[in-house]
Design a protein around this ligand. Structure first.
Ligand code: C2E
Ligand code: CA
Ligand code: CA
Length: 759
């Protein structure tokens, strides 16, 4: 019996020893508390084993006392463990200290027992196996010791039970097992009190091992699948699992929602979502992933679906699953973004970039088709904006775009190129001029608030598509280039980009290439055209640019001035001419002719691209001439386009002594209303009023009105283009002060001018 118990004890010692080693290695939150229980448990078993082998009564007493103390502490540590294990927070450490105090008292009492024998004393006995054992005789206070243990065991068991019932069911077993083992020690303890071989020691040992296992090793078996299922249920991705035979195995919450009958998600072929998934799953296709469109009523639902198959180690199909993501919102957002990135927000037409993209693609795929690239530009749109406001301007554009689109259902693409320029790619056979607003009445804009019926006229430029070599953007540029040839022309609205135009453009490019050398080599000079009073007295001259090219001969300013105005090079020409004029004025001054002025032209471009105030003041300073001798002809159009700013500039120039003339009055926006706000020195009336017109009387009346108004405002008037005596006569009668025209003299070179008028 003794040997049997000892062998068993050694085995238990080894096991507990292993558990101690492992629990300290685990570095778990509970490692330390569990380790302490194990160590005490180990010591109890060790002490107990020794009690069976010692022969000395005193030694037996010592070991038994030790065991008593250890069992108390084990119960204490068990108590501490259960409190930590169930995560009960004891707010006041006082309780822990009281418990520890009771333990210490209990231990002291056990030591005192050597002398007092109030707990137990030893007695020899012989058991059924015939061997002699020491036996414990209980003293009257042993029950106090047992009561203490019992109370702690009770707390321990109760807290574990409480935790066991409230914990998720997976963890219940863990708590219950320890509670049961602790209960077992208590019961075993009571049962073994009267017998010499204390079986409760195995209770302690198993409890310790059990605690180690439950607290540090054990994870509930179903925990993993259940946890995975909870994770799967919470995912915002549908998960639909099938077994190898296509039976539904698992559907997470997200997918359940999709499979619901009342959602009525139908595939393009009329299958329900579930049927669709099952059908594809049964297909022997391996795995795939793609975007799939379903329908719920009229609404499109976009799913990103992927099918995955699972195989076991022997490559046998084990099952498979779908991952389903609803991408509808993203697709909608993307489409909207794409729409805004490719369409013009005002008119809803394609924007420039997208229009070109579509056209390039189409042309590439339809190389045999005869196509036109058409650009159309609303005439004087700026005026609509200026006079009716940008809001109305926007309305006109939106309306125009709508009508254009409606009248061109056969067009490949209709886009908005820029402000008021629209572009259309259309099969040649479908092109008709009327569709592009020949019946401009279709494009009347009615402003009912102000009772205005505004005719919207548009220019049309056409480029014939020939093969796919020219990009759409260049085709549009060319179509727009064609428009520039009819702009301002009252009789022509439509222009084709053709050989003549190409030749013009080539020549323009040539001229641009020549300009630099021309300025350097002195090919560019001025001619002077006299300006006179009514009696023919020459008081000054307009400087008009002339270009004598060594090979091309004389190039007319009406050819190169508009070109350089278009590309901005005119500023170089003008600065050059101004300097020539200043040089000449200086020369005349030195010769005593400082009463003669020169009038120079200022292009609208100059006002925008160079600081003309600085350029001009620098020039008069450099040549030390009186600014009043350098008259500045600024065209009406240039001022009207940015009225406030230009008036400010003119004010500064006049303050510095320059004489500012409003050139070409009557050729552009001309409004009599404008006159009163125009603070310039002289008004120069355009020669259109002198041209033979159908209604000459009417022209004269307007002329009279302009001159009278101007004079009333204190502005002297000069009229250009006077070609005969009759014109001179009636202009004089109307009050015109100065004149310029072939009647007096044509523009002439400087030498001739000086010879004729300065001597
Ligand atoms: P503009 O400023 O209106 O100049 C008057 C134009 O009318 C000149 O043409 C002149 O030769 C012409 N002219 C003068 N009297 C008569 C006449 O009695 N009958 C007719 N039919 N024409 C007459 P030009 O020299 O060919 O200049 C054309 C335009 O080129 C000028 O019109 C002006 O706008 C521009 N221009 C000329 N020189 C310069 C310059 O140095 N700088 C700038 N920016 N533009 C210039
Ligand atoms: Ca002029
Ligand atoms: Ca003029």
């Amino acid at each position: 019996m003794r040997i049997f118990v000892n062998v068993l004890s050694i085995a238990v010692l080894i096991i507990i020893g292993y558990c101690i080693f492992m629990s300290y290695r685990k570095k778990h939150r509970l490692s330390k508390v569990v380790g302490r229980i194990l160590i005490v448990g180990w010591a109890i078993v060790g002490f107990d084993m020794l009690t069976h082998v010692v022969t000395s009564e005193n030694l037996w007493m010592f070991l038994r006392t030790g065991r008593l103390i250890l069992s108390s502490w084990m119960m204490f540590f068990l108590f501490r463990f259960s409190i930590e294990y169930v995560e009960m927070r004891i707010k006041r450490p006082v309780i822990k200290w009281i418990m520890a105090g009771v333990m210490i008292a209990d231990s002291v009492s056990a030591v005192a027992n050597f002398f007092t024998k109030h707990l137990f004393w030893v007695q020899k006995t012989v058991l059924f196996d015939g061997e002699a054992y020491f036996e414990m005789e209980m003293g009257e206070f042993l029950y106090t010791h047992h009561m203490i243990l019992l109370v702690m065991a009770a707390i321990c068991i109760l807290s574990l039970l409480y935790k066991g019932f409230t914990a998720p069911k997976f963890y219940r077993q863990k708590y219950m097992l320890i509670a049961a083992m602790t209960l077992a020690i208590v019961v075993a303890g009571f049962l073994s009190i009267p017998v010499p071989i204390d079986i409760s020691l195995f209770g302690y040992a198993f409890d310790a091992i059990c605690i180690y296992y439950c607290a540090l090793v054990y994870t509930p078996q179903k925990l993993l699948p259940q946890t995975l299922m909870s994770v799967a249920d919470g995912m915002s991705v549908g998960l639909l699992m099938y077994d190898a035979d296509g039976n539904k195995l698992y559907v997470n919450r997200y997918a359940k929602d999709l499979l619901q009958e009342d959602r009525k998600i139908i595939s393009g072929l009329g299958h329900t979502f579930e049927e669709w998934c099952h059908k594809r799953y049964m297909n022997p296709e391996i795995e795939w992933s793609n975007e799939q469109v379903f329908y719920s009523g009229d609404e499109e639902i976009h799913f990103e679906i992927s099918l995955h198959r699972l195989e076991d180690s022997r490559k046998h199909l084990q099952g498979g699953y779908y991952l389903i993501q609803n991408r509808t919102e993203e697709v909608k957002k993307l489409r909207l973004e794409r729409y805004f990135a490719t369409h013009d927000s005002l008119t809803g037409l394609y924007n420039k970039e997208y229009f070109c993209e579509i056209c390039d693609k189409y042309i590439k795929n339809h190389l045999d088709e005869d196509l036109y690239m058409v650009c159309t530009d609303i005439k004087d749109f700026k005026m609509i904006n200026d006079f009716l406001g940008t809001k109305t301007g926007d309305m006109v554009l939106a309306n125009f775009a709508k009508k254009l689109k409606e009248s061109l259902p056969k067009a490949v693409a209709v886009g908005r190129w820029s402000n008021d320029v629209f572009s259309v790619l259309i099969p040649k056979a479908e092109y008709q001029e009327v569709l592009f607003g020949e019946e401009t009445r279709a494009f009347f804009f009615e402003d009912t608030d102000n009772n205005v019926l505004f005719p919207i006229v548009n220019y049309v430029g056409i480029f014939e598509v020939t093969g796919g070599a020219v990009p759409a953007s260049v085709m549009c540029d060319r179509a727009r280039m064609a428009i520039t040839t009819v702009k301002g022309d009252y009789n022509k609205r439509v222009a084709y980009y053709d050989d003549k135009l190409r030749e013009n453009i080539r020549r323009e490019q040539e001229l641009v290439g020549y300009l630099h050398d021309a300025l350097r080599d002195g090919q560019i000079t001025v001619h002077l055209q006299p300006q006179t009073t009514a009696d023919g007295k020459v008081i000054g001259a307009e400087a008009l640019v002339r270009w004598f090219h060594p090979e091309k001969g004389t190039i007319s300013p009406s050819e190169f001035v508009p070109l350089f105005e278009k590309n901005g090079l005119i500023t170089d020409v003008d600065r050059y001419i101004w300097e020539l004029a200043c040089k000449l004025l200086r020369k005349w001054k030195d010769e005593g002719h400082d009463d003669m002025y020169i009038s120079v032209n200022v292009s609208p471009r100059d006002l925008y691209f160079i600081n003309i105030y600085k350029v001009l003041t620098d020039l008069v300073e450099k040549y030390e001439i009186d600014p009043k001798n350098l008259k500045l002809e600024i065209t009406e159009t240039a001022i009207v386009l940015d009225f406030k700013r230009q008036m400010e500039l003119i004010k500064r120039l006049r303050r510095d002594g320059f004489i500012v003339e409003m050139d070409d009055f009557g050729s552009g926006y001309s409004s009599l209303n404008l006159l009163k706000d125009l603070h310039v020195d002289i008004l120069k009336i355009d020669m259109v009023f002198l041209k033979k017109a159908e209604d000459e009387e009417r022209s004269k009346k307007i002329l009279q009105m302009i001159i009278s108004l101007s004079k009333n405002l204190g502005m002297p008037v000069i009229t250009e283009g006077v070609e005969n005596e009759e014109q001179l006569k009636y202009l004089s009668e109307m009050g015109c002060d100065m004149f310029q025209g072939y009647y007096f003299a044509k523009p002439m070179d400087i030498e001739t001018f000086e010879k004729t008028y300065l001597n």
